[in-house]
Ligand binder design. Structure first.
Ligand SMILES: NC(=O)c1ccc[n+]([C@@H]2O[C@H](COP(=O)([O-])OP(=O)(O)OC[C@H]3O[C@@H](n4cnc5c(N)ncnc54)[C@H](OP(=O)(O)O)[C@@H]3O)[C@@H](O)[C@H]2O)c1
Length: 287
């Protein structure tokens, strides 16, 4: 068997195709969406990541005010910068780039972001709203994973999903998302982690396995039920080399598989922009 590949690119394209006319409508009605970016310090990959988001926002006809705080900035200064953006009527949503220098209390900075402007869906208020099933910006990578499975026709409702890793970026929010009562979710979700040494017994019976541990090569063919859908989200970088959780040999056993490159990454970005445009639409309606 050779798995059907599930690249994220076409899924992201579909999301952007949906967002483009919505942005045009906002602009035509006098509300140009603004995505603020905050970079603390001199981390080069972070600077590149932020620049890419700003380019994308501008390509889409939005504005992207940017705040670059110096490496020696204090937590208080970072919080003040965030508060100024919260109060700026030209800003609809904001991205505070991780990581910050070690002396900055990043959680405190994130907590200062107005939850309504939280483009990452990581503010505790939004994670709480997700758990309660209330509308909120949803964590981008989990939202992208749900969209990938839906796009490629992988049935999730009523199925056994095993998520490997209970991290706050992917595993934990994804487990909530896929257990919600919606046609593209509604699954029996099991979350495994280092506290479950027999995790492979769970993955071996799963219809869908999502790897979000950040342990290179952790998922091997013998950990899968033949025909299962496998989403590889966890990665580690060795220099610029990407080391995924899911070993490439899984292609011979899986029914569906995200590719090593161009899997969940593109959909994570698309979902960030979806959160952004939804925030702009709320603000345009309010204003
Ligand atoms: N592709 C993307 O767009 C994207 C976006 C964001 C993050 N990521 C990647 O996704 C991964 C997860 O990120 P995260 O922030 O959600 O999680 P995280 O905080 O990195 O936590 C990793 C989780 O994996 C579990 N784990 C680690 N080793 C394990 C093992 N040997 N057996 C079973 N479970 C194990 C940990 O268990 P314990 O809780 O017991 O320690 C923890 O719950 C990372 O590799 C990150 O780089 C990718």
């Amino acid at each position: 068997m050779s798995a059907v590949m599930m690249p994220g690119g076409p899924v992201a394209d579909a999301v952007f195709a949906d967002l483009a006319p919505r942005i045009e409508k906002l602009v035509a009605n006098g509300h140009t969406p603004g995505l603020a970016t905050v970079l603390i310090g001199d981390d080069e990959p972070s600077a590149r990541y932020v620049a890419m988001k700003m380019r994308k926002a501008e390509e889409l006809g939005c504005t992207s005010p940017h705040v670059h705080l110096p490496q020696d900035c204090t937590t208080e200064q970072a919080i003040e910068a965030v508060q100024a953006l919260n109060a700026d009527p030209a800003v609809d949503a904001m991205l505070v780039q991780y990581p910050a220098p070690a002396h900055v209390d990043f959680d405190a900075v994130l907590l200062a972001v107005d939850p309504d402007m939280d483009v990452d869906g990581m503010h505790p208020t939004n994670v709480g709203r997700l758990a309660l099933g209330l509308p909120a910006p949803v964590a981008c990578t989990p939202a992208g994973i749900e969209a990938i499975l839906a796009h490629y026709g992988v049935e999730v409702a009523g199925k056994d999903v095993v998520v490997v890793g209970r991290g706050v970026t992917i595993g934990r929010p994804l487990s909530i998302l896929l257990s919600q009562k919606r046609p593209t979710a509604n699954a029996a979700v099991t979350l495994v982690h280092t506290g479950v040494p027999g995790w492979a017994e769970h993955t071996r019976r799963a219809d869908i396995v999502v790897a979000a541990a950040g342990v290179p090569g952790m998922i091997q063919p013998e950990h899968l039920r033949p025909g299962a859908a496998v989403v590889g989200a966890g990665v580690q970088y060795q220099g610029r080399t990407l080391l995924p959780d899911v070993d490439e040999s899984c292609e011979e056993v899986a029914g569906w598989l995200t590719p090593r490159v161009g899997g969940v990454g593109p959909t994570t970005i698309a979902m960030l922009f979806r959160n952004f445009v939804e925030a702009a639409e709320r603000h345009a309606d309010d204003g």
